[in-house]
Design a protein around this ligand. Structure first.
Ligand code: GDP
Ligand code: MN
Length: 379
C-alpha cells in the first residue's frame, strides 16, 4: 500500500542489505520469542520453531516464552524443548486476562458473539478467539514471565521464514530507536471491526493527541467531490485557510481504510505496551465492548494505538524478512516472487502466486543475494 511505501521511504530504512556473517560476539538484547498456543497446535508450533531456528536462532539462541489458557501438557513441553536452541519457559495466562471480564453482562456478550456467528463473521462466533484477541491486545505484555523482558518477537503456529536473518533485529531496533516492527500490512475484514475506528478516533480527539504522521496511514482518502458538467453548478466553496485551527468535530468524518500491521509477526518494545498511554487506549477500547459485540483483532488494536501514539520514525518495516502465515506472505527484494514484473515495493503475494513463481522463475544465488537488494538467502 502507498502508505507503507511512504513510511519506508521517508522515515525508515532497511537495517541490513544482503547477508552478513552472524555476529554473535555482541551481548544479546533483553528479549524473547512469545508464543501463545494450545496443546493441540504442537505440530504447527514445531514447524514454526524449526523455521525460526533454521533462519535465525541457531546463531542467537534467544529464549522462548510459551503461553496458554490451559496447562501445557508434557508432550508439548518435551517436544518444544527438543527443537529450541534457547531457554524455554511455559506459563498459563493470568486470571482476569482471559475470558469475560466481570464488568460485562456475560449474557449480552454471548448473544453478541452468537450473532456474529450467525452473520458468518470470520471467527466472530468463537468465544475463545475473542478471548485471544483481547489477551493479545491488553494483557500479554504484563504476564509475569514477560516482565523481565524489554523486547519480544511474536511467533505463531504455522509460520515460515524463508530468508536467513543474519543480524540481531532487537539490537538494530534499539540502535535505531524503534518501537514497533512489522513485515506485512493488510486490510482487515470490515465486518470484524465496524466501529473500531470511531472509538479510536474519539480516543485520539478526547486526549488531544495530534497525529505525528502515522495516523494518516489508517485513514481512507476522501473521495474527490464528483465533477459534473452542470453549467449552473455553483463554484466550489472556498476552502478554510490552513491557518485556521482544526475543528475536532470536522474530523468525525474520517473513515478507517482497514489497513493494519499483521500482528502474528511483531518485533516490538514491551515498555510501549506497558506505557500509561497504551493502556489508557486499551481501556477505552475495551470498555466500549468491541471485543465482544464486534470481533476486534489485536492487529487493528495495536495498529491504531501506534497510529494515535507513535510517529513513522518509531516504526520499522522488516522488508528483508521473508515471512509467510497461512495464505499471505512477504517476499523481500531478492526472493523469487519479486522477479515478476511488479512495482518494487509490493509486499504481499498469495501462495498461489508464489507456487507459480517457484516453478519457472530465476532464483538468486547466495552470492547474488549478498550483492543485491534486501533479504538474505531466500529459499
Ligand atoms: P489466525 O492466525 O487469526 O487464524 O488465528 P490463530 O488461530 O492462529 O490464533 C492466533 C494465535 O493465538 C495463535 O498463536 C494461536 O495459537 C493462539 N490462540 C488462538 N486461540 C487460542 C486459544 O483458545 N487458546 C490458546 N492457548 N491459544 C490460542
Ligand atoms: Mn495464526
Amino acid at each position: 500500500p502507498p502508505a507503507i511505501r511512504k513510511i519506508s521511504e521517508k522515515h525508515d530504512k532497511v537495517f541490513v542489505t544482503g547477508c552478513l556473517e552472524p555476529d554473535t560476539s555482541q551481548p544479546r538484547a533483553n528479549a524473547a520469542f512469545v508464543v501463545l498456543a494450545r496443546n493441540k497446535e504442537i505440530d504447527g508450533v514445531i514447524q514454526s520453531i524449526k523455521s525460526v531456528e533454521r533462519h535465525f536462532n541457531r546463531w542467537y539462541h534467544y529464549p522462548y516464552v510459551f503461553l496458554n489458557d490451559a496447562e501445557f501438557d508434557d508432550t508439548f513441553k518435551e517436544t518444544v524443548r527438543n527443537y529450541t536452541s534457547g531457554a524455554v519457559e511455559f506459563g498459563k495466562v493470568e486470571p482476569g486476562t482471559w475470558g469475560f471480564p466481570d464488568w460485562i453482562d456475560e449474557k449480552v456478550a454471548k448473544e453478541g458473539i452468537a450473532k456474529q456467528g450467525d452473520a458468518a463473521v470470520m471467527y466472530g462466533g468463537m468465544e475463545s478467539y475473542h478471548f485471544m484477541c483481547r489477551f493479545y491486545s491488553g494483557f500479554f505484555y504484563n504476564h509475569p514471565l514477560l516482565l523481565k523482558y524489554e523486547w519480544y518477537w511474536r511467533v505463531e503456529p504455522e509460520i515460515t521464514y524463508f530468508c536467513d536473518i543474519t543480524y540481531d533485529p532487537f539490537l538494530k531496533m534499539i540502535e535505531n530507536n524503534k518501537t514497533y516492527g512489522f513485515t506485512i500490512a493488510v486490510k482487515e475484514l470490515r465486518e470484524t471491526v465496524p466501529n473500531i475506528f470511531r472509538y479510536a478516533s474519539a480516543y485520539k480527539r478526547n486526549n488531544n493527541l495530534t497525529s505525528q504522521g502515522l495516523w494518516e496511514m489508517f485513514v481512507e482518502p476522501q473521495e474527490p467531490k464528483e465533477q459534473h458538467d452542470d453549467p449552473n453548478a455553483l463554484p466550489d466553496e472556498p476552502k478554510p485557510s490552513s491557518q485556521e485551527p482544526i475543528d475536532p468535530e470536522a474530523m468525525e468524518g474520517e473513515k478507517y481504510n482497514m489497513c493494519h500491521f499483521w500482528s502474528n509477526f511483531e518485533i516490538a518494545k514491551l515498555s510501549w505496551f506497558r506505557s500509561k498511554e497504551y493502556n489508557d487506549f486499551f481501556q477505552t477500547m475495551d470498555r466500549s465492548g468491541g471485543f465482544w459485540m464486534e470481533r476486534w483483532g489485536d492487529a487493528p488494536i495495536h495498529s491504531l494505538a501506534a497510529g494515535a501514539l507513535l510517529a513513522p520514525r518509531d516504526i520499522h518495516y522488516f522488508r528483508d524478512f521473508g515471512y509467510r502465515h497461512t495464505t499471505i506472505q512477504h517476499c523481500p527484494a531478492n526472493a523469487p516472487a519479486r522477479q515478476l514484473p511488479r512495482p518494487p515495493f509490493l509486499e504481499t503475494t498469495t501462495l498461489d502466486e508464489r507456487k507459480r513463481v517457484e516453478e519457472d522463475q530465476y532464483w538468486e544465488s547466495w552470492d547474488e543475494a549478498k550483492e543485491n537488494g534486501v533479504g538474505c538467502r531466500c529459499r
